[in-house]
Design a protein around this ligand. Structure first.
Ligand SMILES: C[S@@+](CC[C@H](N)C(=O)[O-])C[C@H]1O[C@@H](n2cnc3c(N)ncnc32)[C@H](O)[C@@H]1O
Length: 251
């Protein structure tokens, strides 16, 4: 892909630190259209905005030393989950010993580490560089055994290497990230999940059952992902809390 086009897209602050891989896949949706490069760039930005920028307050794009709860409120996904974190993690971890959590497309979910058992090593993988820096700043200042890594989930082999390095038992989170993956590359989430299962003790997938920020139930049908998981893996738990459905499964 043309360097100038990537640079042009990265002029926008919210896209300035996106991995090339994500920009390339997004641009690929419009590359063959019979329109000007400018139009293709405009369409690419619109798509990227829906995937990477729609959920975050611009306030998160500049580093600030704020309390975790302030930060968690500045991202729609974590804000909606805030009253329920305790219950959700209790349900996911139970009384089991877990050594590591790898959170894919983490947003700022690393700020919910205070709701974890402190012995857990937390690793976030996220495309938006500013959120990665924000989490690493927080982990360092609070001496948390956490790390955020700036990487696209489309770099599948690298993602798998990161997971394999973490101690077992390990749990992989894919919270509210399936839609983002599917809108850039249809069917990629099935492929990714299938390759995560053999290297994880458990995988947790979540998706919204009502549209973000509203109380309305989603009309969009997420049955395909539920069916795929039920047909191919061992479902250990399936529950809905605060407008979000969680499926916990293993091999
Ligand atoms: C709706 S948010 C959910 C954030 C977090 N998982 C949560 O539930 O609190 C989706 C997140 O996935 C990230 N994301 C989307 N596509 C990604 C990709 N290909 N690689 C890495 N991160 C991605 C976005 O930047 C965003 O932070």
């Amino acid at each position: 892909m043309n360097r100038q086009i990537i640079d042009k897209i990265r002029e926008k602050r919210e896209f300035s630190q996106l991995p090339e891989k994500d920009i390339e896949i997004a641009f690929g949706h419009f590359e063959k259209r019979q329109v000007s490069d400018e139009e293709k760039i405009k369409l690419t930005k619109e798509l990227l905005r829906k995937i990477f920028a729609a959920f975050i307050s611009p306030k998160l794009l500049s580093l600030k030393n704020k309390e975790p709860e302030w930060i968690l409120r500045k991202h729609i996904s974590t804000r909606e989950r805030l009253p329920n974190y305790k219950e959700i993690y209790k349900r996911i971890f139970g009384n089991e010993k877990v050594s590591s959590v790898i959170d894919l497309g983490a947003g700022i979910n690393g700020f919910s580490y205070t709701y974890f058992n402190e012995k857990i090593k937390y690793t976030a993988i996220e495309s938006v560089g500013q959120l990665v820096q924000l989490m690493n700043f927080y982990f360092k200042n609070n001496k948390i055994t956490g790390e955020a890594i700036h990487l696209s989930l489309f770099e599948k082999e690298k993602v798998k290497e990161i997971i394999k390095k973490e101690k077992r038992p390990r749990i992989v989170f894919l919270f509210k990230v399936i839609d983002a993956l599917e809108s850039l590359k249809p069917n990629y989430s099935k492929e990714l999940i299938s390759e995560l299962i053999p290297i994880s003790n458990k995988v947790v997938v979540s998706f919204a059952t009502r549209s973000l920020g509203s109380r309305e139930k989603f009309k969009a049908n997420r049955n395909w992902i539920v069916e795929f998981i039920k047909e191919n893996f061992n479902v250990l738990d399936d529950f809905e809390i605060g407008g979000e459905r969680y499926l916990i499964f293993s091999k």
